[in-house]
Write a protein that binds this ligand. Structure first.
Ligand code: UDP
Ligand code: MG
Length: 312
């Protein structure tokens, strides 16, 4: 076990919170007997975030920053961070102070005990809507049922990872990334700590419901083939039902003659079944699209600048 702790912070338009975050990190680090690295990943911010990172680095050499070539999204920003981070333990943290830096000493003490993944579970979520809490509650339950791996409920990306856990995640080169699933997938010793999630310190969330839905679909599809199987089961059930119905119609015709069958029932049945077919095609398409994207095998991201040095 070494003695350098890295804080990895993906940043997208957080000019309002960066100074505050740095001050709080600094205060926490002063109380601890470790070397620190504060690595900011600038994920294509359009505000002054990058300038602030440069300023901070001038004041304090423990600050590092990586400037990505555009906005790639938090999942890719974290992947870039794993490539550049140098610490023996790595703590992932949001820039908006929803993840309190004051939890760091507790995380580190569990790491000293030998845990590889000390994750912070939300006891409550102040400042988030009832609807967001409910949808997130149900998402975790469904995901757990569908995928075979244990994904921690009500837990964000806020956690400490040991060096070997980070090395493991770096080997995962997938483009469609549901990083929270990776943390579970790699295994190793996990430890839970509870905390109260605060509302954003300033600025606004980059998530809307469409993006959250996208991430939810990502989570399910990259960790489970169950939707494909469910399609098969639905197909079987419909086929069985219609077979029984067919026997019934044949018997009825043989026994009682053949009165004109109902046109509306026929049309609604056709519409219903073609609806189901489209849904199933869509499910197949979701998987196929991912196969397509992964086979292109593009690099995950491009970076422009690392600590004042241009990347060629
Ligand atoms: N973030 C990022 N790239 C993006 C969107 C967000 O690096 O495209 C960062 C953002 O700066 C923050 C973290 O990811 O540090 C979480 O974002 P946010 O607070 O908007 O999400 P929420 O906490 O509302 O789920
Ligand atoms: Mg946030």
């Amino acid at each position: 076990m070494g003695n350098k702790i890295s804080i990895l912070i993906p940043v997208y338009n957080e000019e309002k919170t960066l100074h505050m975050l740095y001050e709080r990190l600094k205060r926490v680090s002063e109380k601890m007997d470790y070397d620190f690295e504060f690595l900011f990943i600038n994920d294509g911010s359009k505000d002054r975030s990058l300038d602030i990172m440069r300023e901070l680095r001038q004041k304090d050499s423990r600050v590092s920053y990586l400037n990505l070539s555009r906005n790639y999204g938090k999942e890719i920003a974290m992947a870039a961070g794993f490539d550049y981070v140098v610490g023996d333990a790595i703590i992932i943290m949001d820039a908006d102070l929803q993840d309190p830096p004051e939890l760091i000493p507790r995380m580190v003490s569990y790491w000293e005990e030998g845990y590889d993944d000390v994750y912070a579970k939300r006891r409550n979520r102040a400042g988030e809507s009832w609807f967001k809490k409910k949808t997130s509650y149900w998402f975790y339950r469904i995901l757990k049922k569908l995928s075979k791996i244990e994904i921690q409920e009500d837990t964000g990306d806020f956690r400490l990872l040991s060096r070997r856990a980070v090395e493991a995640i770096k080997k995962i080169k997938e483009h469609h990334r549901y990083t929270k699933g990776f943390f579970s997938w790699i295994g190793f010793n996990k430890k839970e700590i509870l905390f109260d999630r605060e509302p954003r310190a300033a600025g606004k969330t980059k998530w809307n419901y469409y993006k959250l839905l996208e991430l939810a679909v990502e989570g399910i599809i990259s960790f489970s083939a169950a939707p494909l199987r469910i399609s098969t089961v639905i197909g079987f059930m419909i086929a069985m039902f219609s077979f029984i119905y067919m026997i019934y119609v044949i018997m009825k015709t043989l026994l009682f003659g053949d009165p004109v069958a109902g046109y509306p029932s026929l049309v609604s049945l056709i519409l219903f079944l073609s609806g189901i077919q489209f849904i199933i095609l869509g499910v197949i398409g979701e998987y196929l699209g991912r196969v397509f994207n992964e086979t292109k095998n593009r690099p995950l991201y491009f970076a422009e600048e690392y600590n004042n040095k241009k990347i060629m």
